[in-house]
Design a protein around this ligand. Structure first.
Ligand code: ATP
Length: 486
């Protein structure tokens, strides 16, 4: 990360805490590693991102429905899905610093350093050796690569490493009153399995016909070996996933459709296209026949935000095998039963949240020849902004607060608003800019005479005089989901 980007990212993180977007979990006890709480504005922003996703997936597609499955699932689900045996990362400890790392991350960092130093042959060779070791699950080989390339612990600077071990990322707990004899259950590491096990329930009760999708938003838990970059990699996070069930043989068409549709969803928010890229997987999971990541350029580089995976009939077939129940669809046109193929779209809500903040954050220099001035502004899309408008009385007297409250009362059922009468109007504007409020409405003495108010726009900082009776219409148009979804 360049110095500028490092600084920028640090500022985004502190801004998000200072203004009530994200707090470290249990902060008064010094926090809990890789767990975060969303504050008063963060939860509003998060809800707005969820609404945008849900509307675009469920409301705008007649053949997609949404569910809300439980976090706890029968332990056999995770046997069938392959998570009990295969959902692990290779980890290694440094004996001097007592720090734990993902062995593949240490090697990847070394590859990046080789590439940065122009040692491209070395970088390529190490990449190929690591891929081969990971594919063969050859843990001693990973350790040998770390030793051979003299990789040191970033904290202690030593090469005093333990062996590499596999570390399962699932959290487990006991279900039932008695610890002894109770069943071990897992906190789900992904929401997708809740969709697969409900495939028939939804298909039959909803009279769904292939192709159709089931969407879900919910918490997922992964005991990540190391957690980095704020809410980018958390141990408790939220996913927005959709499984689209299709006729075998048509999956590549639908894969192409969702690949395009999902990027379109991101770009509709007004983000410049260069900030996004597709990253096609060359190494596919054993059950997938195509996979792509949508990556965004964070201050710390391009990183995955969303995955689109063609998962074949792997999950449903595995659940047939482990449950002994048929999970098939009777295709009336074909006059036969089959296990549908699945295209999955899976986006991390917290990563989307971080993307939104990083993309919106700007420190603007507004200095003129006469005076120095600056502001921090969040250029959030009005549909996502936590507060849609702020209402200010110009002064605290002459009946202006009462008039401002009267205007608020007419609008607050439809829009999330803030009232502010403290400090100068300029300071109040700055506070709203910092949280991304698209407009501020000022009530002054003229309002008492002709019921007009001043609207000040966040991005252009321009002001206009409008009738208070038009506010509902003006704000309504600005935050309408039609701006994003039609
Ligand atoms: P990564 O390679 O970054 O670990 P992944 O490929 O394991 O991610 P998936 O299993 O495909 O991720 O999960 C789908 C989405 O869930 C990811 O694109 C990401 O946005 C989100 N996600 C996954 N793990 C985490 C995490 N620990 N914290 C926050 N979001 C996550």
């Amino acid at each position: 990360m360049s110095k500028n980007n490092e600084e920028l990212f640090k500022n985004v993180v502190s801004h998000s805490k200072e203004y009530g977007f994200v707090f470290p979990s249990s902060e008064i006890y010094d926090g809990l590693s890789a767990v975060y709480d969303y504050g008063q504005l963060g939860s509003e922003l998060k809800n707005n991102i969820k609404t945008y996703w849900w509307k675009s997936m469920v409301q705008m597609n007649e053949n997609i429905v949404g569910i809300d499955a439980a976090i706890f699932m029968h332990p056999k689900v995770w046997k069938a899905s392959g998570h009990v045996d295969g959902f692990a990362d290779p980890m290694i400890d440094n004996k001097d610093s007592k720090k734990r790392y993902r062995a593949d991350n240490l090697i990847e960092d070394k590859i990046a350093r080789y590439a940065k130093d122009g040692k491209l042959d070395k970088a390529e060779k190490l990449q190929a050796d690591m891929d081969a070791a990971l594919n063969a699950e050859d843990l001693p080989k990973l350790k040998a690569l770390i030793e051979e390339h003299e990789i040191v612990c970033p904290v202690s600077g030593t090469r005093n490493w333990t062996d590499v071990r596999q570390f399962n990322l699932m959290f487990s707990t006991q279900m039932g009153a008695m610890a002894e004899g109770s069943d071990e259950v897992y906190l789900r590491p992904e929401t997708a399995q809740g969709i697969f096990v409900n495939f028939l329930n939804v298909q039959k009760t909803g009279r769904m016909r292939i192709p159709f999708g089931i969407a879900q938003i919910g918490k997922a838990f992964r005991n990540e070996v190391i957690a980095r970059q704020f809410i980018m990699r958390m141990r408790e996070f939220e996913q927005m996933e959709m499984q689209f069930f299709v006729k075998p043989g048509t999956e590549m068409e639908w894969y192409a459709h969702w690949k395009e549709a999902r990027l379109k969803w991101h770009l509709a928010l007004g983000t410049i296209k260069d900030k996004y890229r597709y990253h096609d997987h060359t190494k596919l999971a054993h059950y997938a026949n195509a996979a792509v990541d949508i990556e965004f350029e964070f201050p710390f580089g391009f990183k995955e935000v969303e995955g689109i995976h063609s998962r074949t009939d792997f999950d449903l077939s595995q659940h047939e095998k482990f449950s002994g129940k048929k999970l098939q669809y009777f295709d009336t046109q074909e006059n036969k039963n089959y296990v549908p193929y699945v295209i999955e779209t899976s986006i991390g809500l917290d990563r989307m949240f971080l993307l939104t903040l990083c993309n919106a954050y700007e420190e603007q220099d507004l200095s003129t020849d006469e005076k120095q001035d600056s502001r921090t502004v969040l250029h959030l899309h009005p549909c996502l902004a936590p507060v849609k408008a702020a209402v200010f009385p110009l002064t605290k007297k002459d009946g202006l607060p009462e008039k401002a409250r009267e205007i608020m009362d007419q609008l607050k059922l439809d829009f999330n608003l803030q009232y502010d009468e403290k400090d100068s109007i300029g300071k109040r504007y700055r506070r709203q800019d910092a949280i991304g409020t698209p407009v501020c409405v000022t009530v002054d003495h003229q309002t008492l005479e002709d019921n007009t108010v001043t609207i000040r726009h966040r991005d252009s900082m321009e002001q206009e005089r409008v009738s208070a009776t038009d506010l509902e219409n003006i704000i309504g148009k600005m935050v309408s989901w039609k701006n994003l979804l039609s």
